[in-house]
Write a protein that binds this ligand. Sequence first.
Ligand SMILES: [Mn+2]
Length: 228
Amino acid sequence: MGIIKTKEEIEHLKKAATLGEDCFDYICSKVKVGMTEREISQMVSDFFMSHGASRLSFDTIVGSGVNSCQIHSTPTDKVICEQDIILFDMGCIVDEYCSDMSRTIFVGKPTEKQKEIYELVYQTYLNAINKIKAGMKANEADSLGRKQIIDRGYDYAHALGHGVGMKVHEEPLLSPKREDVLQEGMVFSIEPGIYLENEFGVRIEDVGVLTSSGLQMFSAPSKEMVIL
Ligand SMILES: [Mn+2]
């Protein structure tokens, strides 16, 4: 269980990521106005545990409305309202390997500003996954996400990604100070986000493996924004 994952490890990681995607689809079918963040977080746990996960890989984030602008919010008793944005970050452990995935969805029609920020985060995500190649330094990879967001005048508050394996946060870290060379067989997340204080936040995150032909993601966001 080193920084370069074996074929077998990659299969376990894919299985965990697939369960993460299934959980997200299930949650989207269940979320209704009037439910609390805490209730939704419990549904995430119940789904994972009843579909083969041994435990969560970290405490689930369900940040709705203004709570979505916290990078690591804890689910509260706030109820989901019409026009809420909801930021999910969730993961499970299957066969000892972790998943980690973030999605941002809308209850009712998003505002123009929300659409603009979502689109910027999504394009940043696509740019990063399409351009990261083996041989690139971790900070060069990070800047592929960071630059696109900073150039548009927004803050970039965290690393673009981190390794995922038996632990949910492993090497490599895709951050400005890290010069480690990214190599084939490394498994890491890509998770650009924008957080507007007292307004809302958007993050999109998936995990993938670096191959000779670039990043192969284990899960993917839908091309269209999810609007419930
Ligand atoms: Mn992550």
